[in-house]
Design a protein around this ligand. Structure first.
Ligand SMILES: C[S@@+](CC[C@H](N)C(=O)[O-])C[C@H]1O[C@@H](n2cnc3c(N)ncnc32)[C@H](O)[C@@H]1O
Length: 242
């Protein structure tokens, strides 16, 4: 993947991103998908001839910012977390673009969030960098690029809740396109990453945990009989295991 930037935006941050992604910096727009670094920070352009294909993570504007501002209205997520006297530590094993983690942080919890796709990780890390002076709760976030199940082996003792939201299996009904989810699928193809959400859920379910919350499509079948409770929203539900 190439990173397009110009001389006036070339800084230590983009040099570091290029190094970590093993990507080359160019000053002409590439003809295939590329990363762009400008005064707004890092973005992904999935299709150079379609200006709408730009993916930019921003916690200070748009849908996630709106969710953060009204975090107390996130009743399903709050019910899924349950009543917790003090801030707990949540292990978000499928961090993605961090929308759910932002709500956990807004609610006062600590979060260890793990994303295995390197490009998703850098798009989100750059958004964290830009938001860190405005959103104080970000100092309770530990964001890592790794396979979450492997990382969990060394961190499980400090985790009160494991949160799992792997990509839903594709069915005719849930084909509604979300830009960010489409971008993750695009990047998984680019990095030859296969996502098997059921396999990941299965591995966590067999491991030690205090509480697991699994986000699934509302009508998907219950997979494990030892379910403790469910919280249902309009299109999704949370299955909770203790
Ligand atoms: C549906 S998205 C999660 C969306 C997220 N809950 C949000 O609010 O933005 C699933 C993400 O999990 C990541 N993922 C899947 N398996 C993983 C694993 N074993 N370790 C870390 N990340 C994983 C995928 O790369 C993808 O970005």
């Amino acid at each position: 993947m190439l990173i397009y930037t110009d001389d006036k935006n070339l800084d230590d941050n983009v040099l570091e991103i290029a190094k970590k992604l093993n990507a080359s910096l160019v000053n002409k727009t590439p003809s295939d998908a590329y990363l762009q670094y400008d005064s707004d920070g890092l973005s992904l352009i999935t299709d150079p001839i379609n200006i709408k294909s730009k993916i930019h993570v921003d916690f200070l504007k748009g849908k996630v910012s709106w969710r953060i501002k009204r975090f107390q209205h996130e009743s399903s997520l709050k019910k899924a977390l349950g009543k917790n006297k003090e801030g707990i530590t949540i292990f978000d094993a499928t961090a993605g673009f961090l929308s759910d983690t932002m709500i956990f942080l807004s609610l006062g919890h600590k979060v260890i969030a793990v994303e295995k796709n390197k490009i998703v990780f850098h798009l989100v890390s750059d958004a964290i960098r830009r938001a860190s002076t405005k959103l104080e709760f970000i100092n309770k976030l530990d964001f890592r690029c790794a396979d979450s199940f492997n990382l969990y082996q060394s961190l499980k003792k400090q985790c009160d809740i494991v949160y799992l939201d792997p990509m839903y299996p594709i069915t005719k009904k849930n084909q509604k396109k979300s830009g960010l989810i489409e971008a993750i699928k695009f990047l998984q193809r680019k990095e030859n990453l296969v996502e098997d959400g059921e396999d990941l859920i299965g591995k966590f379910m067999m491991d030690d945990f205090k509480k697991i919350i699994i986000k699934r499509p509302l009508k998907s079948p219950k997979k494990y009989s030892n379910i403790n409770y469910q919280v249902k929203g309009s299109t999704t539900r949370f299955d909770i295991y203790l």
